[in-house]
Design a protein around this ligand. Sequence first.
Ligand SMILES: [Fe+2]
Ligand SMILES: [Fe+2]
Length: 262
Amino acid sequence: MGPQGARSKSASEMTLSDRADALEEQMMHELDKIITTKSVFANLGDGEVTIEDSMALLEKHPGKHFNMGPDPRLPRMPDQPTLLDYFKCRFASTNHLLQSAACAVKNGHSEKVVLACLLHDIAVVSFIRCDHGYWGAQMIAPYVDEEVSEAIRMHQALRFFPDESMGYSYPDAYLRYFGSDYTPEPYIVEEYKRALNSKYYETSRLICINDIYAFDPDAKVDLDQFEDIIGRNFRQPKEGLGWDHSPSAHMWRTIMWPTRYL
Ligand SMILES: [Fe+2]
Ligand SMILES: [Fe+2]
């Protein structure tokens, strides 16, 4: 840190740009010692079925080892991360989620509905698009009421089917996204039929209703306003989200440390 022999500044003496420089230097130093790799899934997203050759990588980087911890290029997570830390450090975009939840508050819905709206697309913004309702539901199931996770799972299918009695039409946006001749696959149709008989149908439908109004790029909603609702309705594990032993802890760990070698 700084030229050799120079007195290093104490934390309180550092300016913001000093601190950014120091962090960058620390990151470079950490990157200097490790090899980060991509999972096959990241390559599939680039249209390639390929895996890096481990021995070739070791030979290319003599003296280095594979990364078995945090990726120094990504925002640093606290030792015991909370859901809010994932919002701040790992979710690539939160505006749509915040607007959906704000819409649910404005429409006078219950805290569980608000939470379901706040979390309905977390899989999309942190992890994966395909079947995001199922992934998102699994991620949160151990920590929330069944109503919340089931509603999120079922919104995967329900959003493709109108329910005029609840004021939900097929979204215009989907015509643009998928074309007018897109029809949902049979597994989605079957899931929709099952959802019609679910005791959480209405909650799931409310996700869809608050969802379609939630794409205003200029609307600014603060995450802080949902802290209390999260506190009351999301069972934050004391070890930190990802370090607990729930059935979905590994999913959170993977999002926290996405380039861990194994
Ligand atoms: Fe969604
Ligand atoms: Fe959405």
